[in-house]
Design a protein around this ligand. Structure first.
Ligand SMILES: Nc1ncnc2c1ncn2[C@@H]1O[C@H](COP(=O)(O)OP(=O)(O)OP(=O)(O)O)[C@@H](O)[C@H]1O
Ligand SMILES: [Mg+2]
Length: 498
């Protein structure tokens, strides 16, 4: 057979090819400091901790280490070996946040060169291990002196019978400046980001349990810690009143013989609530919110089920993927969810139990946004934009400006005009005619159509709409039209002649 393709090729033997230890430098690359710390906090939640402390350590006024301590059930000698093993999966209980057996290592090496883990269970002696990224040849992991480890555990912020400290040193993402102000700015920004990120991704866990998460700074020279900050639950669906009656609504997405329920919300317009603003960009927080075992993985992305736009910013959709991991895959960093195309298609075709379609939901969210942003009385009513303008341009105009409903829509169309002029105002037919003589030149090789040249037409609409709005066509209007005509015709001639 000379086709260059064979089905299966026979193996003639096997060879063990262990990964190069440098692989440790390549995992977790899409982590930020906040998402990496969240991965350690997830582990503490899985270990049934009630107190979790995130502590930044300063020596000589420089930030040098980070400790995440918890009073969870801790690890035995065997468990800590497994914990330090890249990709070692344990048996997970149903509600566990862990999944890949990677988080601890990937999160740590994305930020730091040295990872130390110290732990003890309620019945066994303290154990400690250390990975140094650059010395991880042959995957040799340091076993730490149990006596010193016990002393460290006893100095942890929460003293209990069991618990764990994860420590990072040589952190690449910390500032290396000696300048106090640089460190202070970094800390205040990082604390704010951590409160938002941890409060958001764990908002259900924090609400449903008695777990407390605190953030503080230890000055290792004096042994003093600053006042701790507490992470509060930040629920992205915590509006006081829905933006629209009848919402939130549950929609069924039918994928094969299965149905995934999604809960569609409409925020009230112009909310100043932190739960809406989140990290300050509510517009980028529209779309699906994917949860797994009450942990929020990704906060706001349409995944192709709708096109993100400013006007859709009130639409947020809760999706629980815990039981449907075959339809959704999550990134190792647990900050992105990839739904299968079947789900996205099913979502855009989904219906609520009262018959509302997903498209109608999106339209309602847009309408609520538009209405909420309309009562700007300083803006004058305009004639409705009509055929000739692309639908998204029309809806942008309608969401920004109050529409004079009594007026016929203004059309923008092409026509061969007898005189060498760029346009003609036809008030009787509510049409702005553009001279076809210039069409090819303006299209510059692109295909023409009813809604072609949207930028130019939007500008023409904004310029001339007022002439169509007035009852009379007075001398002032006529003069304006003359000015536009002569300037635009000159410009169009330049386009046509190259
Ligand atoms: N704070 C902790 N307390 C007790 N055990 C822990 C702690 N942190 C990690 N472990 C143990 O170490 C193991 C490895 O953690 P790691 O985060 O690398 O993977 P995982 O949590 O199993 O899965 P994922 O990659 O999805 O996070 C965990 O399964 C858990 O048994
Ligand atoms: Mg984990």
């Amino acid at each position: 057979m000379k086709s260059g393709w064979r089905g299966t090729i026979d193996a003639v033997g096997t060879r063990k090819l262990p990964p190069d230890p440098d692989v440790l430098g390549a995992i977790g690359l899409s982590h930020k400091l906040t998402s990496a710390i969240a991965d350690l906090v997830d582990n503490a939640v899985d270990a049934e901790a009630t107190h979790i402390s995130v502590r930044f350590v300063e020596v000589d006024r420089r930030l040098v280490s980070l400790l995440v301590s918890d009073d969870g059930k801790g690890m035995s000698d065997k468990a800590i070996d497994d914990a330090m093993t890249v990709g070692k999966r344990r048996t997970y209980r149903d509600q566990a946040l862990g999944h890949f057996g990677m988080g601890l290592k990937a999160a740590s090496f994305s930020q730091a060169d040295v990872l130390t883990v110290m732990s003890r269970t309620s019945s066994r002696r303290a154990v400690g291990r250390r990975w140094v990224r650059s010395h991880a040849k042959n995957f040799d992991c340091d076993v730490l002196d149990p006596v010193q480890v016990r002393t460290e555990l006893e100095a942890a912020p929460f003293r209990g019978k069991s618990g764990t400290i994860v420590r990072w040193d040589r952190i690449r993402t910390f500032p290396h400046s000696d300048d106090r102000r640089v460190t202070d700015d970094f800390l205040s920004k990082t604390f704010q980001e951590l409160r938002t990120h941890l409060g958001l991704v764990l908002h259900r866990v924090l609400k449903l349990s008695s777990i407390s998460i605190t953030l503080d700074v230890l000055d290792a020279d004096t042994g003093e810690t600053g006042a701790p900050q507490v992470v509060e639950a930040l629920d992205p669906f915590a509006y006081r009143r829905s933006g629209e009656l009848g919402y939130p609504k549950t929609f069924d997405c039918n994928v094969g013989d299965r149905s995934v329920a999604i809960r569609c919300h409409i925020w009230p317009p112009r909310s100043e609530a932190l739960a809406f603003r989140l990290d300050g960009k509510p517009e980028s927080r529209q779309g699906f919110y994917f949860y797994r075992n009450d942990r929020l993985l990704e906060a706001g992305h349409w995944k192709g089920a709708a096109v993100p736009s400013r006007r859709l910013q009130l639409a947020r959709v809760e999706v629980d993927i815990s039981d449907d991991l075959d339809l959704f895959s999550m990134s190792m960093e647990k900050n992105t969810v990839h739904p299968k195309p079947e789900f996205v298609r099913a979502a855009s075709r989904a219906k609520a139990r009262d018959g509302t379609t997903f498209i109608e939901y999106l339209e309602s969210a847009e309408r609520v946004y538009r209405k909420g942003n309309q009562p700007n009385r300083a803006r004058k009513e305009v004639v409705p934009p009509g055929p000739g303008l692309a639908p998204s341009v029309k809806s942008a105009i309608m969401s920004e400006l109050p529409i004079h409903e009594g007026r016929a829509p203004m059309e923008i169309r092409w026509k061969s005009l007898s005189e060498p002029k760029f346009f003609e105002i036809d008030r009787a037919q509510n049409t702005l005619w553009i001279n076809t003589a210039y069409r090819q030149a303006l299209l510059a090789g692109r295909r023409g159509g009813l809604n072609d040249l949207p930028v130019m037409k939007a500008l023409l609409y904004l310029l001339t709409e007022d002439v169509f709005a007035g009852a009379a066509y007075g001398p002032r209007d006529k003069d304006n039209v003359e000015v536009w005509q002569s300037i635009l015709t000159a410009a169009a001639d330049v386009e046509a002649l190259g």
